[in-house]
Design a binder for this molecule. Structure first.
Ligand code: BGC
Length: 421
């Protein structure tokens, strides 16, 4: 009898415990996984990483790509092209290779890096006075300010460079550069770049020999509005499908930031953190379905909890391999078994419904992998101007097991953390 009573007691305790744990199942929002992506939490003036946002809880990570490696690659791609196509490059024969530069967002680390990369490669870089630099030791030391126009070569945020092509010396001059921000405040704005090239070409068109753009959205706007017809070499960044296709029509090159790798990492790290498994599952450690990333595609910095995809140049030599920027990668698009990894509901935002790269390339890639990872993703698109427009639509964070966040401004991590606190 005693034994039966003891057994009953144990049973009662087990039921009570189960009840308690079922009740306590909801993880507090501030402990749910947060994956920052594409806009790295950082000070938009100095570039210093925002470690509070990056280490918000044990399940917080950033997914992006190596902005400096990509920027150096873009600069090199432009110089390689100039070296290989000397004849007719200096359109008005004044001995100056003039270029214009479309800047995406003066406070965005990707944009800053690309401006610096172009100036470094073309010899127009000067040390950044904002950071108190007096010499350039690395790309980080380069002044990335927009200069307006610089027809006479007197601007102080750049200098005239020099390049020797086929044994002939040319001056290289940044004739103009401008942040492409529209009247409502949205940056990386392609129509603004189309307007800018119309203004610039009307004022000093025959001096423009090259166009460099911080991304393909703006680069293609310039190409379609002006440089395609003029035959002026134009370079962008992102390897969006339309830009890669335009290489056939004379667009000179772009950089792939491997959006497939980044989109997968964004959702994969979220899935792993929700499941409480090793964060490298399906990344450097093959998962049960056989998904794995080869280590030449990305690296991880544990100290800052950042994953970075690597970049590759896309030019006339190899563009045929990049024509579909939205194609899933067979190395990591295998479906997880739903019995072991049941569907979970998560939330993800894009900072701007009009951003070319994020909507045309990144989102279709996310949608390739969300299904494979059994994630039911609520996709929210912002207006590109205010965090509130996005955060207000995260009405009930309790409904989601994790969050992927693409900020409007890289300094605004606190607004999202406040919402989840
Ligand atoms: C892309 C841009 C895009 C920006 C959005 C960058 O990495 O290259 O095209 O506008 O991200 O944050």
């Amino acid at each position: 009898m005693k034994k039966i009573l003891a057994l009953l007691l144990v049973l009662v305790m087990v039921v009570a415990l189960c009840g308690t744990s079922a009740f306590a199942k909801g993880v507090p929002n501030d402990q749910k996984p947060v994956i920052w992506f594409n806009r790295q939490p950082s000070n938009s003036m100095t570039g210093e990483l925002d470690m509070d946002a990056l280490t918000w809880n044990d399940n917080t990570y950033y997914v992006g790509f190596d902005a400096k490696q990509g920027a150096e690659l873009q600069g090199q791609m432009v110089v390689d092209y100039l070296q290989a196509h000397g004849e007719g490059l200096d359109r008005n024969g004044d001995g100056v290779i003039g270029y214009v530069l479309c800047i995406g967002d003066v406070g965005h680390n990707d944009s800053i890096a690309r401006t610096r990369g172009a100036r470094m490669a073309l010899g127009t870089a000067v040390p950044d006075p904002q950071q108190g630099k007096t010499e350039i030791k690395t790309i980080d030391d380069v002044d990335s300010a927009q200069i307006g126009t610089n027809i006479d070569g007197k601007a102080t945020d750049v200098q005239d460079g020099k390049i020797t092509i086929d044994g002939k010396d040319y001056v290289v001059r940044e004739l103009a550069s401008k942040e492409m921000k529209n009247n409502s405040g949205a940056t990386w704005d392609a129509p603004t770049a189309g307007d800018a090239i119309n203004t610039w070409s009307a004022a000093f068109g025959d001096q423009i020999d090259v166009v460099v753009s911080n991304n393909d959205g703006m680069g293609m706007a310039v190409f379609n509005a002006w440089s395609k017809e003029q035959g002026v070499p134009t370079f962008g960044y992102d390897a969006n499908s339309d830009a890669v296709a335009a290489i056939e029509d004379g667009y000179c090159g772009t950089i792939s930031q491997n959006a497939d790798v980044q989109a997968y990492l964004t959702l994969r790290t979220l899935r792993n953190a929700i499941d409480g498994v090793d964060i490298m599952t399906g990344i450097s450690i093959p998962d049960a379905a056989g998904n794995v990333l080869s280590d030449d595609l990305f690296y991880y910095d544990d100290a800052t909890r950042c994953f970075y995809a690597l970049n590759g140049a896309v030019t006339a030599d190899n563009y045929k391999d990049f024509l579909d920027a939205t194609a899933p990668n067979a190395a990591f698009n295998k479906q997880l078994d739903e019995k072991d990894f049941p569907v979970v509901k998560v939330w993800l935002n894009l900072y701007n419904a009009a951003d070319n790269f994020l909507n045309a390339t990144y989102l279709p890639q996310l949608q390739n992998y969300d299904k494979c990872l059994n994630l039911d993703v609520e996709y929210v698109k912002g207006d590109g101007q205010t965090e509130a427009n996005i955060i207000d639509r995260l009405g009930n964070p309790d409904a989601y097991e994790g969050f992927c966040i693409n900020m409007v401004k890289t300094d605004n991590g606190t607004s999202y953390m406040a919402k989840l606190a």
